[in-house]
Design a protein. Sequence first.
Length: 392
Amino acid sequence: MQSKDSDSENISNEVSIIGGSIAGLLAGREIATEGFDVAIYEEHREIGVPEKCDGLVSASGIDRLGLVPPSSIVQNTLSRAIFFSPSMKEISINAARQNVIVIDRSRFDKFLAERAAKAGAKIRVGRRVSQYAQKDPQVLMKFDGQTVRSKILLDCGGYESYISAGGRTLQGGQYLVFGNWFEKNTVEVYIDPIEYPGFFKWVIPISNDMAKIGVAGEGINIFQTLDKFAEDKGAQILRKMAAPVLCFGSLKSFVSGRVARAGDAAGQTKPTTGGGIYTGGYGGVLAGRGAARALKENDLNYLTSYEDDWKKEFGREFNLQNRARAAFSKLTRDQVDRLFEMVASSEIPEKISEEGDFDRHSIAIVKAFGLANIVSTFGMFFTNELKQLVSR
Ligand SMILES: Cc1cc2nc3c(=O)[nH]c(=O)nc-3n(C[C@H](O)[C@H](O)[C@H](O)COP(=O)(O)OP(=O)(O)OC[C@H]3O[C@@H](n4cnc5c(N)ncnc54)[C@H](O)[C@@H]3O)c2cc1C
């Protein structure tokens, strides 16, 4: 388990990881915990900066990543969600049972880096990997004219890596604002197929007067949309950022020989919301365990089986969410309004509130909505797989 990692030409690690964010740092923690030599390469000079995320996540998801973040990282706890239709019809969901928190992503990533480093992982910031190639029995990776040799490489390089593998994204963005129209415990979601085609606009409060507002959609100008929203609400903008949102499902395959992708790089974000902290973080954990087992047993099949493990956990749910998102994005403004009227006057919001699973919400929605209603509203949505899910 020897390695050399200085600024000289020959660097070797048992495992190299591209990307010092959720997936890469969790994978690094798992590999180092098993006693293997692992280095994580992050292009930015500071872990967690720039911040490109709202930090909305279920407490149970964080727990499943094996993490107990300090209270200084948790910015807020949310207990309600209000959805607005194009003509401002409302659906309110009591989300208290879903135990949803808002974390400071920048601090959270530093916390993960500390965990990974404590386990023995080497973290190298300010190192942008320019390319990698498999040359059995190793993978060669380059940065700043240097070559790194590894037995296994984990690509946790986020959306850039996903796009380079053929993944599709939507333009998205987020502002930090100071304002007073929202309630501290309530997430707001605005749905409008013309203003935000294929996605939505959101408000995530972090205190009584600070919130993260965001939007994503096909072909929209996110800065114009968010500038106008902030102006309409009389809010002051404290920070602006733009980044692609991934909501079209995971890649077909995550592993090829000695290289595996995890997190956004594999498209492990929920198709309905683009959220990837838990599902992509779990991808990092499983990829890290797969890599460590492959080294221990000298058998790359253990790396390959990480993909099956992740799909067993999330495959069906992602499939359903993907279909739901695709079906929903075909609705017109009037149809969305009618759907809101129908849902708001039914027991559906109450049933969804009772279900209490933030990470598997499509199953809750399908169950609450009922098959008969789905068939009449979204004919194209009716599949055998859906029947199986509903009857589970
Ligand atoms: C506007 C917005 C809001 C979001 N809000 C939420 C939310 O509320 N909840 C939620 O669960 N998810 C949210 N997400 C999604 C979430 O941010 C991602 O799913 C999550 O960050 C994925 O983590 P990751 O480690 O896979 O990738 P990333 O966080 O993208 O990290 C990839 C890392 O790799 C580095 N890197 C890339 N290429 C190289 C290279 N060649 N060499 C070295 N380093 C490289 C990058 O600098 C980066 O640090 C949001 C996304 C966006 C865009």
